[in-house]
Design a protein around this ligand. Structure first.
Ligand SMILES: Cc1cc2nc3c(=O)[nH]c(=O)nc-3n(C[C@H](O)[C@H](O)[C@H](O)COP(=O)(O)OP(=O)(O)OC[C@H]3O[C@@H](n4cnc5c(N)ncnc54)[C@H](O)[C@@H]3O)c2cc1C
Length: 516
């Protein structure tokens, strides 16, 4: 098979039983920890009960935040860390999976002159953060005020009456959150980490984990010098000292046709608030997300949180006020929700960990890393591995991830010169060639068939689906449709793509059978 053999596999067959570090959870935090640890020279087993990016990491707004809202709350250190990590992600580790996203705050009749001045001052402060983090203005241009005419050219569906201009600024946007997780997992595996999906940790101490292979039901024990619990909102299920209360954030998915010509993200102010906005975020695949809510939730933590009708109604109402045509319920072709962790401070109050992360070492020696955001995953991983190294008295090298491009990364200038199809370059960077060569070798099919979009509406290709199985550990159609690609965010499109996913799995199986 072209390139490295499958390095991410489902189940625990032939997994090591004694390693330096076990990482529990393969969201952005866990894969970041696995990559950090393995590149410091540690032996690593990293597992997830379900799949890569099964949890919160696939339900984000897919933004690489510069930390402006933390600055607004006076948290200068957190804001600076966010801006620094945004720069590292966009310029060093993952330029192929991120890009500058223009954002427009429309100045309409609901925004007073004072509010506009405050927002403008905030955007200028955000640019100071960018410069403080040494991120180039080529990566993220400077903010500026635009006229009503330019605002309407950037966002034609805006309501023109009362529009006196707009504030244009830039932040980072990911190609896709689950793609970032998958690519970091593959990079960790290439460096030698054992990455296993369908492997649930039933219990853990600082030196041992009990696991269940979710494919066979078999249980086993792995010994380790250190254990990191990176299970996000589920962290308290493994370490009783960690008490979390989640809060739900919901996004809607619209087709680009519902807001024709929209070229920028729009921040629609929530009526009556000077600091809350509903974000309208065009995506690279022809959809637009509208988010986000913040609803405290009680009770058991579900595997997949569900948005509610009142949340959907709230988002539609706020956004409709900014656009000429009100959005209706039937504009909504999908919706998804993720859970933010709120940590119980022990005195009845809660602290929102979505700003800052926490590293907690339990009495039994398990290091839990929780909170934070996609943007800061690298710093979170560094902090967690530092704690694990200290806890387990491990002989590890220094952290290397600050200067470590993940698989497929290159400079934007060199990525722009690649000749492979644009979609593959956007999703795999310099590995686009490998994705296509692999699909040719595995299937024997012509390029037209491998690169054809599944349908007019669904840009996913067979080449990507085959790569998901051969190189990214996808074990079934759900992995392919809901995490290696995100076609599952629109149920109608998921149904369209299902036969292609089944076919990819069959083609790889036939190829493997031929080599047995
Ligand atoms: C609505 C919303 C929007 C957001 N938007 C942004 C954004 O735009 N930009 C940004 O930077 N951040 C954003 N964030 C924050 C970011 O998404 C999260 O901080 C991050 O994804 C958390 O990742 P994690 O790896 O810690 O947890 P998760 O992604 O939840 O991963 C935990 C994993 O642990 C696994 N697991 C659980 N229990 C076990 C077990 N017993 N054994 C094995 N595996 C187990 C789960 O299957 C899961 O895959 C957003 C968060 C929310 C809620």
């Amino acid at each position: 098979m072209t390139g490295p053999a499958t390095l991410i596999t489902p189940g625990l067959a032939d997994a090591p039983t004694d390693v330096d570090l076990v990482v529990i959870g393969l969201g952005i935090t866990g894969v970041g920890v696995a990559l950090d640890a393995v590149t410091r020279g540690l032996t690593v087993l990293a597992v997830d009960a379900h799949d890569l990016a099964f949890g919160t990491s696939r339900w984000s707004s897919k933004m690489v935040h510069g930390g402006l809202r933390y600055l607004a709350q006076g948290q200068v250190g957190v804001a600076h860390e966010s801006a620094v990590e945004r720069g590292i992600l966009m310029e060093v580790t993952a330029p192929h999976l991120s890009h500058a996203m223009p954002m427009l705050v429309p100045l309409n009749s609901s925004v007073t002159t004072f509010q506009a001045a405050v927002t403008r001052a905030g955007l200028i402060a955000g640019d100071v953060l960018r410069r403080g983090a040494r991120t180039s203005a080529e990566t993220l241009p400077r903010p500026r005020r635009v006229s009503a005419t330019e605002a309407l050219a950037l966002a034609p569906p805006l309501r023109p009456s009362g529009l006196r201009g707009g504030l244009l600024s830039w932040d980072g946007q990911l190609e896709d959150d689950a793609r970032l997780v998958t690519t970091i997992a593959r990079t960790a595996a290439q460096h030698g980490a054992h990455v296993r999906t369908r492997a649930r940790v039933l219990s853990a101490t600082g030196s041992q984990v009990h696991l269940r292979d979710e494919l066979t039901g078999a249980t086993s024990t792995v010994t380790a010098r250190a254990v990191v619990n990176a299970t996000g909102v589920w962290a308290g299920e493994l370490v009783e000292e960690v008490t979390l209360r989640p809060s739900r954030g919901t996004h809607l998915v619209l087709r680009a046709e519902s807001l024709p010509g929209l070229q920028v993200s729009v921040f629609a102010p929530v009526p009556g608030s000077t600091s809350r906005f509903v974000l309208v975020l065009p995506q690279p695949d022809g959809t637009v997300y509208v988010g986000l809510t913040d609803e405290p939730t009680d009770g058991d933590i579900p595997d997949v949180p569900e948005p509610t009708e009142p949340e959907i109604g709230f988002l539609l109402d706020v956004v409709s006020a900014a656009f000429a045509r009100p959005l209706r319920r039937d504009d909504v072709v999908g919706a998804f929700a993720g859970l933010r962790p709120l940590i119980d401070a022990g005195d009845g109050s809660t602290a929102d960990l979505s700003r800052q992360h926490a590293v907690l070492t339990s009495a039994s020696g398990v290091v839990t890393i929780v909170g934070g955001k996609l943007t800061t995953y690298r710093q979170m991983a560094e902090d967690a591995v530092d704690a694990a190294v200290a806890q387990g008295h491990l002989g590890a090298g220094p952290c290397r991830t600050r200067n470590l491009p993940i698989s497929g990364a290159d400079t934007r200038a060199r990525l722009a010169l690649l000749e492979q199809p644009a979609r593959l370059v956007r999703r795999y960077g310099t590995d686009a060639e490998l994705v296509l060569a692999n699909a040719r070798e595995v299937t024997g099919l012509p390029d037209e068939e491998l690169l054809a979009p599944v349908s007019d509406r669904v840009p996913v290709t067979l080449a990507e689906l085959v790569f998901g199985v051969t190189h990214e550990g996808a074990a079934d159609v759900d992995d392919l449709l809901d995490r290696r690609t995100r076609v599952g965010l629109v149920p109608e499109d998921r149904a369209t793509a299902l036969p292609a996913a089944v076919r990819a799995l069959e083609l790889v199986e036939e190829h493997r059978a031929g080599h047995r």
